[in-house]
Design a protein around this ligand. Structure first.
Ligand SMILES: [Zn+2]
Ligand SMILES: [Zn+2]
Length: 389
């Protein structure tokens, strides 16, 4: 739908803390309790009394996808992050489909989500994982903290006719489209399961998984959250590159939302698909791997640095042997008794047996000194550490 960013159609940006407390906050809490607790509870209660036919099961599954994509491709990647542009027809479909999941209007959802990205893990994050996994999952919907998102700009949404129309008539639209597929299985239970899947992105995706791109904040990638959320579980990638229309960056990663958007582009319904360059993504990935390697390196005992070992002469070395010390030059293999008092370098490096990397690392723990002229002192044999690259 055509939008003029200079002409806001909605004046909610001027909503005061007082009016939010008196109307907006209370209204949303009541609606959240009904939509995410009372209705699902009623649906689960009545479901055993209603026969689930094959046709109903198939339709419920199809409607689960048709409506869920309204949240992932619409509410999230289109309106919250502007990762692509959509035609009016596609915007209308996504607005109706997203409403069928009963997760609030586009404006409410996107405002919360933009605040989440901007203030992630802090008090101003609406569903901050730092307040606990149950709070991030559903608790925040009931507690709904005060208006702390005043710095989040949603003026682009207030200038979009479809967004404003959906916001003003959300409850009526949501009831109609949510129950369009059916009352229990394709209606309430479909809605309930997709709500829970979405909530997992706010909870599990900030609690479980890997951080291949950035570990400064909590978002993580995990296959489980990816499978249940149409690809939204690549959350570490998403928080690092939020305006990329993909969450699963490689073509084979499971991300149906990305495939839908790409297909809509081919069909002429979507355009301006935003992608970060593979070079930029690769640099973030490299730095994160380097950081993890450095952390791993710091946890290992590499022995006394060779630069801190005392120097000794061959004569002193022989004198210590005569005094009963079992010393071996370089090899340090205390188990090779036949080499005590001798230079075992050539034997250690293949003359007798080509020792493994582990055997070489064991030497780091056994070294007690450096023999003058016995080792190459012009090269630093110490392994590289953080900051030495
Ligand atoms: Zn997140
Ligand atoms: Zn996001």
């Amino acid at each position: 739908m055509s939008s003029n960013p200079t002409v806001p159609l909605l004046s909610l940006t001027t909503m005061t803390r007082k009016s939010w407390k008196r109307f907006g906050r209370r209204h949303r809490i009541i609606r959240n309790i009904i939509a995410t607790i009372m209705l699902p509870a009623a649906g689960l209660w009545y479901a055993p009394n209603i026969q689930l036919t094959t046709n109903t099961a198939i339709w419920a599954l199809v409607y689960y996808f048709l409506s869920g994509i309204g949240i992932t491709a619409g509410y999230h990647r289109l309106w919250s992050h502007r990762s692509y542009s959509a035609s009016s027809f596609l915007e209308l479909y996504l607005a109706l489909a997203g409403a069928a999941c009963f997760q609030g209007s586009i404006r409410e959802w996107s405002r919360d989500h933009r605040a989440h990205h901007r203030y992630v893990d802090t008090d101003r994050d609406p569903y901050s994982i730092s307040k606990g996994i149950s709070y991030a999952h559903m608790g925040w919907l009931i507690i709904m903290p005060g208006l702390k998102q005043d710095k989040v700009d949603v003026s682009d949404l207030d200038s979009n006719r479809i967004v404003v129309w959906q916001h003003r008539n959300f409850t009526a639209i949501a009831i109609i489209v949510a129950l369009k597929g059916g009352s229990i299985y394709a209606g309430i239970l479909r809605m309930f399961f997709f709500q829970q899947a979405t909530f997992c992105v706010n909870s599990l995706a900030h609690w479980l998984g890997d951080q291949p791109y950035d570990d400064r904040h909590s978002p993580q990638d995990h296959l489980f959250t990816t499978l249940i959320t149409f690809g939204e579980g690549y959350h570490n990638f998403h928080h690092t590159f939020p305006s990329d229309y993909r969450n699963g960056v490689t073509w084979y990663q499971y991300d149906p939302t990305k495939w839908f958007i790409w297909s809509w582009k081919k069909a002429g319904l979507a355009s301006d698909l935003h992608k970060y360059t593979s070079n930029l993504i690769g640099k973030c990935e490299y730095e994160q791997q380097q950081k993890q390697l450095d952390q791993f390196w710091a946890h290992l005992n590499w022995g006394v640095p060779h630069t801190n070992l005392p120097l000794t002469t061959w004569a002193s070395f022989q004198q210590e042997i005569c005094q009963g010390r079992e010393l071996v030059v370089l090899a340090g293999l205390v188990t090779i008794r036949s080499y005590v008092g001798k230079d075992a370098t050539s034997a250690f490096n293949g003359g007798v047996y080509a020792h493994s990397t582990a055997a070489h690392k064991l030497l780091d723990d056994l070294c007690v000194g450096i023999l003058l002229g016995g080792v190459e002192l012009t090269k630093n044999p110490w392994p590289p550490g953080p900051g030495n690259y």
